[in-house]
Design a protein around this ligand. Structure first.
Ligand SMILES: *[C@@H]1O[C@H](CO)[C@@H](O)[C@H](O)[C@H]1NC(C)=O
Length: 335
């Protein structure tokens, strides 16, 4: 028997929080990284892509859309749960028009972070640029729907932000630049300051319902376990502790901003504990494997390496908590 995938669990968690606010949701507007990118990286010059097999093999029609997943990403499930589209289109995808984007749009870019420097590591879209695209989108939407209707849609939309892991794993702990400049505590404050500005900016532009996702137990991603093989391949405790600390700061930020910005309904979604439990006890949740990923051998592959090793990938992604080294598998339930 297949249990709901993690994305569904997290989706439900989020929905419960949103539904408490009894809000009408007209559209889903997404900012962030590979956890929610629905294909923007296909249209920029980066090596961090996933528009080839085995990515997308469980997606509608088996299409590799540029989602870092075998199927859909969490925001697609959320969109569907609100009675909107079953998949949120990527803003840079020329196959879609403003008519499609009127009920949901994704500005996310795999590999990006709060920190500008993180986006430079793999030449992906920096968060400030996601915001620029959003401003352009606003004016296109107002042209399309008229000012009043456009503003109404923008004000009733659910804004989802899912970002942050890459700042630590692809940047701070991997490269000397930020780690020589900031202590880990200082770096967290620096990132939280960017999060604060970003949320304030979209609030000023009209966003009122915003969901901010915290960090997963990032020391348990297969990517990190592979680097820890010499000591048994367990989770890296230091990274998990940083994730918990940072989530606390984001939680505090959310409380502050809800007080400061009138009419704002900002919710913090903390995926840490749920995911940690699933990773530690995969069998209790219907999974077989949580230390290695499905794609390739599960220890070294993501993006192009997943594509090259497609013959090695697991046959049933539902048995795995992780799809590739840093992204969760997402079960395809609704097509
Ligand atoms: C990131 O870069 C943008 C564009 O150059 C700039 O406006 C912004 O201030 C930078 N953010 C930080 C925190 O340095």
């Amino acid at each position: 028997m297949a249990l709901p995938s993690i994305s569904v669990v997290l989706t439900l968690l989020l929905l419960l929080q949103i539904l408490k606010t009894d809000a009408k949701v007209s559209s889903i507007i997404v900012f962030g990284d590979s956890t929610v990118d629905s294909g923007n990286n296909n249209y920029i010059p980066t090596v961090l892509k996933s528009n080839f097999k085995p990515y997308g093999r469980d997606f509608d029609g088996g299409r590799a859309t540029g989602r870092f997943s075998n199927g859909r990403v969490p925001t697609d499930f959320i969109s569907e749960a609100f009675g909107l589209k079953t998949a949120v289109p990527a803003y840079l995808d020329p196959a879609y028009t403003i008519k499609d984007f009127a009920t949901g749009v994704c500005f996310a870019s795999a590999g990006t972070g709060y920190d500008n420097f993180t986006s430079k590591v793999l030449s992906v879209i920096p968060l400030w640029k996601e915001l620029e695209y959003y401003k352009e989108y606003q004016s296109r939407l107002r042209d399309y729907l008229g000012n009043d209707k456009g503003n109404e849609v923008l004000g009733e939309a659910l804004y989802i932000i899912s970002i942050g892991t890459n700042d630590f794993l692809e940047n701070y702990y991997l490269l000397p630049s930020r780690s020589s400049e900031y202590s880990i505590e200082e770096y967290q404050k620096f990132l939280a300051g960017i999060a604060r500005n970003f949320i304030t900016n979209i609030y000023k532009l009209g966003a009122r319902k915003i969901s901010l996702t915290g960090l997963p137990p990032m020391g348990c991603l297969p990517l990190e376990r592979t680097t820890n093989l010499a000591s048994g391949g367990g989770c890296i405790d230091e990274y998990n502790k940083v994730a918990m600390d940072f989530n606390q700061q984001l939680q505090a930020l959310v409380e502050t901003l809800n007080k400061e910005l009138s009419g704002l309904r900002l919710v913090f979604v903390n995926p840490y504990t749920t995911l940690y439990d699933i990773i530690q006890n995969p069998h209790s949740f219907g999974f077989e494997h949580s230390a290695i990923a499905c794609c390739g051998t599960g220890r070294f592959e993501m993006s192009y390496l997943c594509g090259e090793d497609s013959g090695l990938s697991c046959s049933d992604a539902n048995q795995y908590v992780f799809w590739d080294l840093s992204t969760l598998q997402r079960k395809q339930t609704a097509y």
